[in-house]
Design a protein around this ligand. Structure first.
Ligand code: JFZ
Length: 511
């Protein structure tokens, strides 16, 4: 189902396995380079083949699918055209929003450990009790206009919202199943329709997350096992028992059809999740038949049934070397939960979030950063503030991120530890946070995190000829003094960084 270089969701077990990266030689090389040079000069760039960061046709073997998907049949040029906006966009907003924003991490007076949107499973809430949240859901402060405007201000180019999460509650107007926000709540509005309208107005792309396999309130829906739940069905309430095919045919497939047809040009992305053994190739093929009717659609690698989709979806981590030959998107929380938890104030700093974005861009991936609106429909202020700050940086420096190509170097990202190991026994990747690099046809960008005390940035054997240099945050783009000696280049820098988090050095280059 997955190759050595793809992350895979293990079937029916709540453990996310990251398989080997197949890069031990690269790692040894990194180690040698870093140990010998980093001690002498902190900011040294060593040229390295950048082929490992480039995106191209998947390097995986074609798999026989009951129904060929768009990825199986299209040409490389068609794929490039289909993926273009997504590759250029680089930065998206993930929105986890649903009934779980009401308990917000607390059930029966007890704080329930784990991610907020899993509360029904983690607290073994009976179906009837969970469904009773719907009449209490009235998020009257929800403003699609404000949320889309926030995403824009953050410099995000697309958003993906939970249309239905594992709890089975549809956040849209569904005729196929009445457990939805229009039919079962006093709110009666369709947030997906409102978001679609605003995205259209404000020039934002919109995608839908849909939990196609796990559904904890529909009879026959799957569940991952937690706690003492039934060892075969993983259910904790007999109301969950039933036939998976009838769940698929009466709820999931009809709802996916609704999502694909009710919102005009949207969704442009469908984000599936947590396939279990129930999602056989034949069942997944029924969904693929629907997806194939929307030839511009982009969908992820979590459908199941051996379909690999368009995008790898590393969750809560940045793959040290990206995913060679694959498009990929790191999805990450802004605190420690996806769905709102009232007491999770473990917010990442703007510095961490921006470094993540830059790190991901330098490795050729996208960053899908999550927000969790509360039960009134409002994105917590601590989250909104951070997004605004990221947007301020991008307003100045976005040129280095959007539509950029990965680094032409490589070792600046860090190295595999010669001693420390991951859980799986592979050498642990130790990131380095001095700088990253992104690339365009005639420019190399160096995003500098650690401002060199030496007063200059030193490049050994730059992969292209450097003709001039300036700082992106300098409004006049005043040329910086260049010193070329032998096969190295020294760029004179001002004494102080222009931005406390990342100052972008632009090198004009010719081949
Ligand atoms: C999944 C969801 O379960 C989660 O609620 C959230 O939507 C996230 C973006 O995607 O996260 C997972 C998926 C698989 C595992 C853990 C979390 N796993 O296999 O351990």
């Amino acid at each position: 189902m997955s190759t050595a270089r793809t992350s895979c969701i293990s079937r029916n077990s709540f453990s996310h396995t990251i398989s080997q990266y197949g890069c031990s030689q690269w790692g040894i090389f990194l180690n040698l380079v870093c140990r010998n040079i980093a001690t002498v000069v902190i900011l040294v760039a060593v040229s390295l083949s950048h082929a490992q960061f480039e995106r191209s046709k998947p390097d995986t073997q074609p798999i026989h699918h009951p129904v060929p998907s768009i990825q199986d049949t299209e040409s490389l040029a068609q794929r490039d055209a289909r993926m273009q906006w997504w590759r250029e966009g680089r930065f998206g907003m993930f929105i986890h929003w649903g009934l779980y924003s009401i308990p917000a991490g607390t059930w029966d007076g007890k704080q329930i450990p784990g991610i907020g949107e899993w509360i029904m499973n983690n607290a073994s809430i009976p179906v009837a009790e969970y469904k009773a949240l719907a009449p209490r859901f009235n998020p009257t402060s929800f403003s699609a206009r404000e949320i889309v405007a926030l995403a824009k201000a953050a410099g995000m180019k697309y958003m993906v919202i939970t249309a239905k999460h594992h709890d089975g509650f549809a956040m849209f107007d569904s005729k196929a199943n009445s457990f939805n926000i229009v039919a079962a709540t006093p709110f009666k509005r369709d947030p997906l329709r409102e978001l679609a309208e605003e995205c259209r107005k404000q020039g934002m792309k919109l995608g839908f997350y849909y939990s196609q396999d796990q559904d904890w309130t529909a009879p026959g829906g799957s569940a991952y096992k937690t706690g003492n739940h039934d060892s075969a069905s993983h259910h904790w309430d007999s109301a969950q028992d039933g036939d998976f095919d009838s769940y698929l045919h009466t709820k999931a497939i009809p709802q996916i059809k609704e999502l694909l047809t009710q919102y005009a040009e949207f969704p442009v992305v469908v984000w599936f999740d947590t396939p279990t053994a129930n999602m056989t190739p034949d069942r997944a093929a029924e969904i693929v038949t629907l997806l194939n009717q929307h030839p511009n659609l982009i969908w992820n690698n979590r459908l199941g049934g051996s379909y690999q989709g368009d995008t790898e979806t590393p969750e809560q981590y940045i793959p040290p070397q990206g995913f060679p030959g694959r498009d990929w998107e790191s999805c990450m929380t802004i605190n420690a939960t996806w769905g709102y938890k009232s007491y999770d104030t473990n917010f990442k700093s703007v510095e961490t979030l921006l470094r993540n974005l830059i790190d991901i861009a330098s490795k050729g991936g996208n960053y899908l950063l999550n927000v969790g609106p509360d039960s009134k429909g409002v994105i917590p202020a601590a989250e909104a503030e951070r997004l605004q700050q990221i947007g301020k940086w991008l307003a100045v420096n976005g040129e280095a991120i959007y539509d950029s190509k990965p680094t032409l170097f490589g070792p600046e990202a860090g190295a595999l530890s010669p001693i420390e190991e991951e859980k799986m026994g592979n050498p642990k990747f130790i990131p380095s946070w001095n700088w990253r690099s992104t690339t365009k046809a005639d420019k190399i960008y160096i995003e500098i995190f650690t401002w060199p005390g030496s007063g200059s940035f030193h490049l050994v054997k730059p992969p292209r000829k450097v003709t001039s240099a300036y700082l992106l945050a300098d409004p006049t783009h005043t040329p910086l003094k260049l010193m070329q000696t032998g096969d190295s280049v020294n760029v004179h820098l001002p004494a102080k960084a222009l931005d406390p988090i990342a100052t972008v050095l632009v090198l004009n280059t010719s081949n």
